[in-house]
Design a protein around this ligand. Structure first.
Ligand code: GTP
Ligand code: MG
Length: 138
């Protein structure tokens, strides 16, 4: 059974959308096996998004991710990585399918409400960045 890292981003925690977002995950058959609310420092956000450090929006992205609390969580299910990305919708909410989290809630390509790991290797790395094995309760 697969696990993926999800982050409910500051634009969504600011608007009290964590429950509505979690309902979409659970309705899709994803189980929340770990979850915590944290406030990242800019340095922690920068380390998490290190793969994007050459992209022009890196500074803006790290500043945004540290601007308010986030909810980091581990989702578990059959094909959890792909299923989560399906429920999230396209990065740019203007291109996201109807009923997806980003179509319903995202404000812009940057403030797009959620993050989800994109492959098994990154999922394992990202989960280990935020959680110890003891915190994952399947
Ligand atoms: P994640 O699940 O968050 O990784 O989204 P993604 O895989 O759909 O997008 P990608 O990995 O390409 O980009 C990571 C994050 O950077 C996005 O979710 C956005 O928050 C942000 N981002 C991407 N493109 C832009 C952009 O053009 N401008 C800004 N400000 N942010 C961007
Ligand atoms: Mg990505």
């Amino acid at each position: 059974i697969e696990r993926t890292l999800s982050i409910i981003k500051p634009d969504a925690t600011n608007r009290n959308l964590t429950g509505k977002i979690n309902a979409k995950f659970e309705d899709a058959g994803l189980r929340i096996v770990a979850q915590k609310r944290i406030h990242l420092t800019p340095a922690q956000a920068g380390q998490f998004y290190e793969v994007h450090k050459e992209r022009p929006f890196y500074g803006e992205l790290c500043e945004f991710m540290a601007s308010a609390p986030v909810v980091v969580q581990v989702l578990e299910g059959e094909g959890a990585i792909a299923k989560n990305r399906e429920v999230m919708g396209a990065t740019n909410p203007a291109q996201a399918d109807e009923g997806t989290i980003r179509a319903d809630f995202a404000l812009s390509v940057g403030e797009n409400s959620v993050h989800g790991s994109d492959a098994p290797e990154t999922a394992a790395q990202e989960i280990a960045y935020f959680f110890s094995g003891l915190e994952l309760v399947g």
